[in-house]
Write a protein that binds this ligand. Structure first.
Ligand code: FES
Ligand code: FES
Length: 182
């Protein structure tokens, strides 16, 4: 399968994939088979190329730790790592991630061993309702992978795209700095 995607043609299954304005066009394929590498495991699924990655993760792969917030790339609740960089899964179509490495919040821990950020978030009680937390953990993990000892300012800048309605920002920043020390 080239580049992690294979066109199935009009006989392909739409199923759960949202129909887009062009799906009925004559000759246009309505479904493709995609190969994704999610949390180190290769997965295949069939969907319209424009299906948001978030839908595939939550509805097909049952990785429900990634949240749906604004649905338009504005809040950070749905962030995942795509080849190591944080990106909104709600605003990323499947065609853009075929064959790429995706890490969701479920992939941060190693088996039953939590990621240092997860330990630090527990220690600092950095989640209130927790809705934003998986996206924040993803952004913070990307930061620490590139910059293991960030300053407070660098942490705040790295989390600038992640909104928290509960106002837990200061505890979140403390937790990221704590994880960097451990
Ligand atoms: S749900 Fe994706 S950025 Fe808000
Ligand atoms: S902890 Fe509730 S939105 Fe962030």
């Amino acid at each position: 399968m080239g580049q992690g995607r294979e066109i199935l043609g009009s006989e392909g299954r739409l199923g759960y994939a949202p129909r887009d304005a062009f799906a009925e066009e004559r000759g246009k394929p309505v479904a493709e088979r995609f190969r994704l590498i999610v949390n180190g495991t290769e997965s295949e699924l069939e969907a319209s190329p424009d299906t948001p990655l978030l839908y595939a993760l939550r509805n097909d792969l049952r990785l429900i730790g990634t949240r749906f917030g604004c649905g338009s790339g504005q809040c950070g609740a749905c962030f995942v790592l795509i080849d190591g960089d944080p990106a909104p899964a709600c605003d990323t179509p499947l065609w853009a991630v075929a064959g790429k490495r995706i890490t969701t919040v479920e992939g941060l821990s190693k088996g039953r061993e939590l990621h240092p950020l997860q330990h630090a978030f527990l220690a600092e009680q950095a989640a209130q309702c927790g809705y934003c937390t998986s996206g924040i953990l993803i952004s913070a993990a990307a930061l620490l992978a590139k910059n293991p000892m960030p300053t407070e300012r660098e942490v705040r800048e790295a989390l600038d795209r992640n909104l928290c309605r509960c106002g837990s920002h200061n505890r979140v920043v403390r937790a990221v700095l704590r994880a960097a020390q451990e």
